[in-house]
Ligand binder design. Structure first.
Ligand code: AGP
Length: 608
């Protein structure tokens, strides 16, 4: 997610804007920039990298200006370079735009604008907005922005400046948060309260489709039809740290709760309902090549490796192609047998994990084509793979990966659908997968409504010293992931196992002190897992089960059951993992652990 801050008033804008950007740093970004009205002209300064680079660009004598806006970019379209950093301007250099979101029809709009003679200076979808506003700018800036936004499909939180109206900022919101900060003789625009909190606690949150026209003396609000609105002013009573977490006590809980939106983001623009197929721009692997591959190797680390195991089940079941999943740290030192018909998929949230990067380079050295499933745009791995699927999950700040994991699975499902339809998957089978994917965000919201149930569980199990997680089939990787979550944030030892494998040793651990967590949805192996639960109960084990809504059979034998909605077997992991994320989270909080930055861990392991 990008960060936006704007100022109109009587004080010098640059220090206010730079401090506002620094308050947004926690969101993660790869470049930053600002636009000022100085001496009646529009001045734009931007730089790749951190705020310090932008400050260096500004130099010791910052421009004098009382109107300006600034932006930190989390790249979605176009590499994180200076030329792609925001703000973006029109051909006349009198209109500047900063944007958070994705303009889905940018290519079509860009082509039309080029035909009309507009010249583009960047690869971003955002720049299209600047030239559209230029096209419509006959009356006021607000009218031009409203007209331009009617041409746009996608999501936006934008702020717009023009040297023709030097004391005005126009802002608009559709899908990306934006607010007006209300001051005395000055006013602000921001993507979140953290950027303006030290100047004002009075804010007006824009709702979907609304616009604001902000000047030093006040602000006007209007809806998409430019009908004037009045809205109440909210008072922010959070401290800054809480504001940065959007009111959540920890980034991890915020990111667990963001999963309905992050799944919407990974699916956005990629599903073709009618054809029962997927559309993946940036894959950079032709249909002919994909139809001809004879094997897939998936390599990753940690949680991303668990996502790869889910991908293995999906691809073998749906695309009927042999798949093996390798720890990147092992793959890089083996002598893997790869051919030009082997596709190597690397999965990495950060795109910087040293072992995964080394495995990627080894795969390329051995002649395999490579596909990256990455969250951080422009990261090292993203730049070195042959083709990629970005998660668009937004920055994941908590060290324990949550929304990235479910987004990785959704991205693998979309790729599986694409590959399956190139091979033996029928249009009707494809449509079934598309429909099931479309339902996931709402189903995740239903699972998130179980938070209190799971929190109550954490009270009972927070003193456990060992926990066993058991799952079968596509939910065996969920058992591994649930165990990893508990280990890494609560420091309780936990193990994930294939449920049937328990009989070959781990069952010796079972006693009344040992909680056993079963992932037991009503899927193809449901009857088998029921008998595994009976085996545990017969030995006095305490069973927590993740079950399908309405399941009464397992509820009878488990100590506790958390229900999740019914979906396709292959997509169950997206829903089943959420109670386990919450279970680990609440236990860790009760144990007083540092949930967002657990001991000994780093968010990205950039060393061997
Ligand atoms: C997951 O909770 C851990 N933080 C860790 O296992 C992580 O998944 C692993 O280091 C891989 O990171 P990546 O996805 O950024 O490559």
């Amino acid at each position: 997610m990008c960060g936006i801050v704007g100022y109109v008033g009587s004080r010098q804008a640059v220090p206010i804007l730079l401090q506002g950007l620094k308050r947004l740093e926690y969101r993660g970004y790869d470049s930053a920039g600002l636009a000022l009205i100085t001496d009646g002209h529009l001045k734009v300064v931007k730089a790749a990298g951190k705020i310090a680079q932008l400050e260096a660009q500004l130099g010791p004598h910052v421009p004098q200006a009382v109107t300006g806006m600034a932006h930190t970019r989390w790249a979605t379209h176009g590499a994180p370079t200076t030329r792609n950093a925001h703000p973006h301007t029109d051909c006349t250099g009198t209109v500047a735009v900063v944007h958070n979101g994705i303009i889905e029809n940018a290519p079509v709009l860009r082509a039309k604008l080029v035909e009309k003679g507009h010249t583009f200076a960047s690869d971003t979808d955002t720049e299209v907005l600047a030239h559209l506003i230029e096209e419509f700018y006959q009356g006021t800036l607000a009218e031009a922005v409203a007209a331009a936004l009617h041409e746009v499909e996608g999501t936006y939180g934008i702020a717009v400046l023009s040297s023709r109206e030097p004391d005005t900022i126009v802002a608009a919101r559709l899908g990306s948060p934006l607010l007006v900060g209300v001051g005395i003789g000055e006013n602000f625009i921001a993507s979140d309260p953290a950027a303006v909190l030290e100047h004002t606690r009075s804010v007006v949150y824009l709702d979907e489709g609304e616009m604001a026209v902000v000047t030093p003396s006040g602000y006007r609000l209007m809806d998409r039809q430019s009908v004037p609105l009045t809205k109440e002013i909210s008072q922010i009573d959070w401290d800054l740290a809480t504001v940065e977490r959007a009111g959540f006590p920890h980034f991890m809980l915020k990111e667990i709760c963001e999963q309905p939106e992050s799944i919407r983001n990974v699916l956005r623009g990629r599903l073709l309902e009618e054809e029962g197929a997927a559309k993946l721009g940036g894959l950079n692997l032709s249909d002919e090549y994909l139809a001809g591959i004879d094997r897939i190797v998936i390599t990753a680390c940690g949680t991303s490796w668990h996502a790869g195991l889910v991908g293995e089940y999906m691809l073998e079941e749906i695309a009927r192609i042999p798949v093996e999943v390798e720890y990147a740290s092992e793959f890089r030192y083996r002598s893997p047998i790869l051919t030009p018909k082997t596709l190597v998929i690397v999965i990495s949230q950060s795109g910087e994990t040293a072992d995964t990067l080394a495995a990627l380079r080894e795969a390329k050295r051995r002649g395999a084509r490579t596909l990256g499933i990455i969250n951080v745009v422009g990261s090292t791995i993203a730049r070195e793979v042959d083709g990629g699927i970005y998660l668009h999950a937004g920055p994941e700040i908590g060290v324990a990966s949550t929304k990235a994991f479910t987004s990785q699975i959704a991205a693998l499902a979309v790729f599986t659908l694409h590959l399956g339809r190139l091979r033996s998957l029928s249009i009707l089978q494809g449509r079934e997968i598309v429909q099931a994917l479309r339902m996931l965000p709402e189903q995740l919201e239903a699972v998130l409504r179980k938070q209190e149930e799971v929190e109550a569980l954490s009270e009972r199990f927070m003193r456990a010293t060992n926990v066993l997680y058991l799952g079968r089939g596509v939910n065996f990787p969920v058992a591994l992931e649930g165990a990893l979550k508990l280990k890494e944030i609560s420091y309780i030892h936990a193990e994930g196992y294939p449920a049937a494998e328990m009989k070959h040793g781990p069952i010796a651990l079972i006693d009344e002190l040992m909680p056993v967590v079963f992932i037991a949805p009503q899927d193809a192996v449901y009857a088998k897992i029921q008998s595994n639960i009976e085996e545990v109960r017969a030995r006095g084990g305490r069973v927590v089960a993740v079950v399908t809504e309405g399941d009464t059979a397992i509820r009878k034998v488990a100590d506790t059951a958390i229900e999740i909605p019914k979906t396709l077997d292959m997509l169950t992991p997206v829903l089943a993992v959420v109670p386990l994320q919450l279970f680990a989270y609440y236990i860790a909080v009760r144990r007083g652990c540092n949930v967002d930055q657990p001991r000994n861990l780093a968010k990205s392991v950039t060393v061997e």
